[in-house]
Design a protein around this ligand. Structure first.
Ligand SMILES: Cc1ncc(COP(=O)(O)O)c(C=O)c1O
Length: 371
């Protein structure tokens, strides 16, 4: 699905030098690269505060810890997503309320949120899935009407922009109370191991998040809050500092691959539905996810696999059908779209090093399958 060594080769010596410098410095924890990366990411995203941490799941957990929710409080999450949001909600003794998504974008359906809200609902986690931002203007409106704390799970959509109706725009992850990021290697901005960050525009939240990520300390051995230990390693920060410089170039490569898929697969509309791009959001294509009609998804996936084309199902089961969560989540209304997506979605190869020949081969094989 991804060609990480190819991307490394494209950056080459600059990366080698940066990593070696971090290794030679001996400052493996909280070296200068960590703060330099936080500053660079704040400049890039427009978020006032960036707090690097160990991974995107920790970022979600710490965002929830900072939100001051009490056990039993409810948090709205999409039914069709990666499990981290639901998992961290459950870990903190909160109740996930799963709500349906839109078939077109696979993001939270804003028309379904109100029916999921009860007197116990205190927070919402919109996930910007596959590279496109959820309808944040409406989500923020509903959240403000219902006093919900908003945590944007932006693991998959770094750099995507949301366009508000008043013609202002903001980057994904910078509109809610806290936005979280993952730098897992396959993400649009990925490091060479695990990494994550939390973003906020609120100074008080930034202070809390920083404390929580350091065992609740402000000064060493004085613990003011229950926290955890979640840091971005210096070496990973050095990697990310280099990669952030090229993020726009990487995003353009993904967008170009998406344009190719759109152009060459649109004639198959009888058999597949291509991802749609909303006017309120740009799309940074962490995934290019098609929907396969007539129950033929698994057949197509096997056909492509036999031809050495890795196509993956993100995600095969909605949150309310997962063994770990099914007895814990509250279902906030009908979830039929999420269920249907789990049976029909297929993500085609998408990364920064896809070349014309590879793309041509992929679309050719898909056409052969259907014709
Ligand atoms: C939407 C979403 N949220 C959260 C995460 C968790 O990130 P990490 O793997 O860095 O813990 C991921 C990672 O796959 C993700 O895709």
């Amino acid at each position: 699905m991804v060609d990480l060594t190819g991307q490394y080769a494209s950056v080459g010596k600059e990366m080698d030098d940066a990593v070696l410098q971090a290794v030679r410095s001996g400052q493996y924890i909280n070296g200068p690269e960590v703060q330099a990366f936080a500053k660079a990411l704040s400049d890039y995203t427009g978020a006032s505060y960036v707090i690097p941490c160990g991974n995107g799941t920790d970022a979600l957990q710490m965002a929830l810890m900072a939100s001051d929710l009490k056990p039993g409080d409810e948090v709205i999450v999409p039914a069709f997503t990666y499990a981290a949001a639901v998992e961290t909600v459950v870990l903190l003794g909160l109740t996930p309320v799963v709500t349906d998504v839109e078939a077109e974008t696979c993001n939270m359906d804003v028309n379904k949120i109100n029916e999921a809200i009860s007197s116990k609902t205190k927070a919402i986690i919109p996930v910007h899935l596959f590279g496109q931002v959820a309808d944040m203007e409406n989500i923020l409106k509903i959240s403000s009407e219902n006093k919900l704390f908003v945590i944007e799970d932006n693991a998959q959509s770094i750099g995507a922009e949301y366009f508000f109706s008043n013609e202002t725009k903001k980057q994904a992850g910078t509109m809610g109370d806290i936005g979280t990021l993952s730098f897992f290697p396959t993400k649009n901005l990925g490091c060479y191991g695990d990494g994550g960050a939390m973003m906020t525009n609120h100074e008080d939240l930034a202070k809390r998040l920083t404390m929580i990520s350091r065992h609740g300390q402000v000064t060493k051995y004085h613990h003011h809050l229950i926290g955890c230990n979640s840091r971005l390693d210096t070496v990973q920060a050095a990697v990310l500092l280099v990669k952030l410089k090229y993020l726009d170039r990487f995003t353009d490569s993904r967008k170009n691959a998406a344009v190719f898929y759109h152009e060459h697969l649109q004639e198959l509309s009888e058999f597949i539905i291509l991802p749609s791009e909303k006017t309120y959001s740009s799309h940074v294509y962490n995934q290019f996810t098609i929907r396969v009609k007539d129950g033929r998804r698994d057949e197509l996936q096997s056909y492509l696999k036999e031809r050495k084309i890795p196509a993956t199902v993100y995600y095969p089961l909605p949150m309310h059908r997962q063994a770990a969560f099914r007895n814990i989540v509250r279902t906030g209304g009908d979830l039929s779209v999420s269920e249907e997506l789990c049976d029909s979605v297929l993500s085609l190869p998408m990364h920064t090093e896809l070349d014309y020949e590879q793309l041509e081969y992929i679309v050719e094989q898909i056409k052969l399958f259907f014709n």
